[in-house]
Design a protein around this ligand. Structure first.
Ligand SMILES: [Zn+2]
Length: 467
């Protein structure tokens, strides 16, 4: 007898070439059968989701869970079942996952933070190896170079990529070093420094905002760089928004370079007055905590919160990511028919821009992607990126991780993780999360009583992903 039966849906599973009005049966946390008209009498529990779409659970290949405790819940509500945190801190995220994990599987790439967890921005091979040893034994899945915010020297960045490849450790890079910024020049530099090594290059759209050259030229260059370097795996996100801080110095000048650049770009003065004007004109919103979620305050509340806190608030600029690169990068293909950019991510989590479904379905409606391609970019390919062989598809025996969404409202209506309902009609039902970590963490996670699954990356396979 099945534990659960999902009926009434259009089931999409790109790996098995299924796109039909078929039902999904679940048993012992695994997919038992996907076929038309499965009998209700064979299942302990049945849910009808009429006119909804079911696909392998969404795997968000770039998000942030380390900013506040709300990221898990926000991801669960957005239809995500598994995700990859792109910075850490590992301790903070693990601790939150115990009570606020919302049933989500999560892997963490711990960032190298000069002055915080490594001595300088130019760590030696020995220091890098010691860092990797430490993070892999304490719950991380791999390593992140956070070049846009905490740059290393070009030489040290290349060393990190090289050493991770020698050791078969997953490595991602938010482009940028001490010599080049988080823009198309930084992207070109990262691709060159990676040489023939595997690298997950983060959020490709962020290098195509028109910072150096016209948006169209930057986007074309980014696409060509990836086509010519098939050893690079990547994702991009679909939100127009960014995330930043509004702290100012004693002269009222914003401390964050991101905030200064955004104010300049939209024609506001780079000071407290400019920030207030950007809020009044709807370019900038303060992020506030409400009902256990981070959300965007309206103009009036944003202004009040900014003034009350003297700038000590998180915030988000709208219209930072132009539409053209977001849509172009999401749909561009290689000569062999594969996508240039492998996955659609959110770069959200704690940041309120978890719009994989909302904006991804708009791309389907615009004809830029088919629903099956969307499922490939949000589940099948991200599962390959993380070497999760039982996820990303609905073959018999696969993990019963399933996202059910409404193609009309463009929202998630239900998710299942390992056959257990995690979110139903906007309510999160599950508590604990499950960390996906490097095998070196086994003892640490067992001792700490964390729900976990240890998986080793397969970099040689990933280097063949675009072959
Ligand atoms: Zn990010």
């Amino acid at each position: 007898m099945w534990d659960y039966l999902i009926k009434g849906v259009r089931t999409i599973d790109p790996k098995n070439h299924i796109d039909d009005d078929w039902d999904i049966a679940i048993e012992n946390g695994k997919v038992a059968e996907v076929a038309p008209d499965l009998p209700v009498g064979n299942a302990r529990q049945t849910s009808e989701f009429n006119a909804m779409i079911a696909q392998p659970g969404i795997i968000d290949s770039h998000l942030h869970l380390g900013i506040n405790p709300y990221g898990f819940k926000m991801e669960a509500l957005a239809g995500v079942t598994t995700c990859l945190d792109m910075a850490g801190e590992t301790d903070f995220i693990l601790e939150n996952s115990r009570k606020d994990g919302c049933g989500i599987n999560f892997a963490i790439l711990q960032a190298l933070l000069p002055g915080k967890n490594i001595a300088s921005n130019d760590p030696s091979a020995d220091e890098i190896n010691a860092f990797i040893d430490k993070v892999l034994a304490s719950g991380a899945y791999g390593v992140k170079i956070l070049g846009g915010h905490f740059p290393l020297t070009p030489e040290a960045s290349a060393r990190v990529v090289e050493i991770c490849n020698q050791r078969n450790v997953y490595v991602a890079w938010h482009a940028g070093t001490t010599t080049d910024g988080s823009n198309i020049n930084g992207m070109r530099q990262a691709v060159e420094l990676a040489a023939d090594n595997f690298l997950h290059l983060a959020h490709i759209n962020a290098y195509c905002r028109g910072a150096i050259k016209p948006v169209e030229e930057e986007t074309l260059e980014a696409i060509n760089l990836l086509k010519n370097h098939p050893n690079i795996v990547s994702e991009s996100y679909l939100s127009a928004r960014n995330g930043t801080k509004l702290n100012v110095d004693q002269n009222g000048i914003p401390l964050s370079g991101v905030t200064r650049n955004c104010l300049k770009r939209f024609g506001f003065s780079v000071d407290t007055k400019g920030i207030e004007e950007a809020i009044k004109q709807g370019y900038l919103s303060v992020i506030l905590e409400e009902n256990g979620l981070s959300t965007l305050a309206d103009r009036k509340d944003s202004l009040e919160l900014f003034r009350q806190s003297h700038g000590d608030v998180s915030a988000s600029f709208d219209r930072v990511n132009p539409f053209l690169p977001r849509a172009w990068i999401a749909s561009a293909k290689r000569d062999n028919g594969q996508f240039v950019v492998d996955a659609i991510s959110s770069d959200g989590g704690c940041i309120p821009r978890n719009v994989i479904l909302e904006s991804g379905i708009s791309l389907i409606k615009l004809g830029a992607l088919s629903a099956s391609e969307f499922a490939a970019k949000t589940s099948q390919i991200p599962a390959q990126m993380l070497s999760l062989v039982n996820k990303g598809h609905l073959s018999t025996g696969a993990d019963a991780d399933i996202t059910v969404y409404d193609p009309v409202t463009q929202k998630a209506v239900a998710t299942f993780v390992g056959g257990t309902p995690v979110m139903l009609n906007g309510k999160v039902i599950c508590k604990e999360g499950c960390v996906i970590a490097h095998p070196n963490s086994e003892a640490f996670l067992t001792q700490g009583n964390f729900a976990h699954q240890c998986v080793e990356a397969n970099l040689s396979l990933l280097k063949q992903l675009h072959a």
